[in-house]
Design a protein around this ligand. Structure first.
Ligand code: NAD
Length: 318
């Protein structure tokens, strides 16, 4: 089987790429090495894939690859694939305000549309898109169900909702078999350096206080990376145009997650409180009933086990 993985150098894209390669797939990975976080971290994510002959990296921006006259046209890359996994995006809620919103629109909406356009005429078996719990915003009832009204609370959430709509309408209009997956706070080895657990572990290792935005009562449904990869691989079983939550089933207040982290690290964690940040919602909690019914999704990794793995990875990486 052949896959195209966009965002292959990122946290989730590289984890998916490694799993596909380990299962004997051929993978063409596309990544622009966007400067949201250091290139060296993305290169490290790809070390094992780069050793595998079944992997080929196309270092390029999706929109540029789709433009007329691109050296290696995106349509040709997509045409050679059985499955497309679209993980490329500009991530992060807090950075999506102000002038950077243009980058979010470009990498999350325009890039998705460019890729869908290329895929619609090429008979791929599935087109799996990464979406986010951020599409729900702060008004959905808990647990969040796919049928809830989406009112994003951040510009990032707006762009992810737009990309979901694009995926669904290419399914409805052109029969492209798209599935959008709403990920809930993913963690584990290779987690992005701007994300909470990564920041917390690094600060604690350096004996620095960790900065917590808000009073710590906000809850999150944390999802371990291997559970997310399992869900992505099962997603092609879902009907075309589907939307599915992928959550870890470990919803916990941030203050509780810090206690688990302190026990995993075997050290006291000092906390420095900062104001709640614009765009951060009070709670996330996935209903995974639909994902369980439709693709057999069953998250397996509990928070203590997942945090131990992320801690071990960061201790090694630093
Ligand atoms: P990441 O930043 O580690 O990976 C995204 C990759 O996409 C980066 O390597 C970046 O260089 C690449 N990219 C961005 N724009 C591109 C473009 N125009 N052309 C080519 N490559 C481009 O982020 P991640 O945490 O791995 O997130 C992966 C996906 O999952 C994203 O769609 C994100 O919105 C979604 N998501 C992540 C989380 C999470 O907790 N990490 C939660 C919800 C949704």
């Amino acid at each position: 089987m052949r896959a195209v993985v966009t965002g292959c150098a990122g946290f989730i894209g590289s984890s998916l790429t490694d799993r596909l390669l380990s299962q004997g797939w051929e993978v063409v990975g596309i990544d622009s090495f966007e400067g949201y976080y250091p290139r060296s971290l993305k290169e490290a994510n790809l070390v094992s894939a780069q050793r595998n002959e079944a992997f080929r990296l196309v270092e390029a921006d999706l929109i540029e690859l789709a433009a007329p006259g691109a050296p290696e046209p995106l349509a040709g890359i997509v045409a050679s694939a059985d499955h497309v996994y679209h993980l490329a995006a500009q991530p992060g809620v807090r950075g999506s305000w102000g002038r950077s919103f243009g980058t979010y629109v470009r990498n999350n909406v325009l890039a998705t549309q460019a890729l869908l356009e290329c895929a619609k005429d090429h008979g791929v078996e599935s087109f799996v898109c990464a979406s986010s719990s951020s599409v729900y915003g702060d008004s959905a009832t808990l647990p969040m169900e796919e049928t809830a009204e989406c009112r994003p609370f951040s510009p990032y959430g707006v762009t992810k909702l737009a990309s979901e709509h694009l995926a669904r309408l290419y399914a409805r209009n052109f029969g492209l078999p798209t599935v959008s997956l709403r990920f809930f706070t993913v963690y584990g080895p290779r987690q992005r350096p701007d994300m909470a657990f990564n920041r917390f572990i690094r600060a604690a290792l350096e004996d620095q206080p960790i900065q917590v935005f808000g009073d710590g009562s906000q809850t999150r449904d944390f999802t371990y990376i291997s559970d997310i990869v399992d869900g992505i691989l099962a997603a092609p079983k879902a009907p075309s145009g589907s939307l599915l939550n992928l959550g870890g089933g470990t919803r916990i207040p941030l203050s509780g997650a810090l206690e688990v982290l302190a026990s995993v690290m075997g050290r006291e964690i000092r906390v420095q409180r900062a104001d709640a940040q614009a765009g951060d919602v009070a709670d996330t909690w996935a209903s995974v009933e639909r994902a369980r019914d439709v693709i057999g999704f069953e998250p397996k990794v509990d928070l203590a086990t997942g945090l131990s793995a992320e801690y071990a990875w960061l201790r090694e990486a630093l």
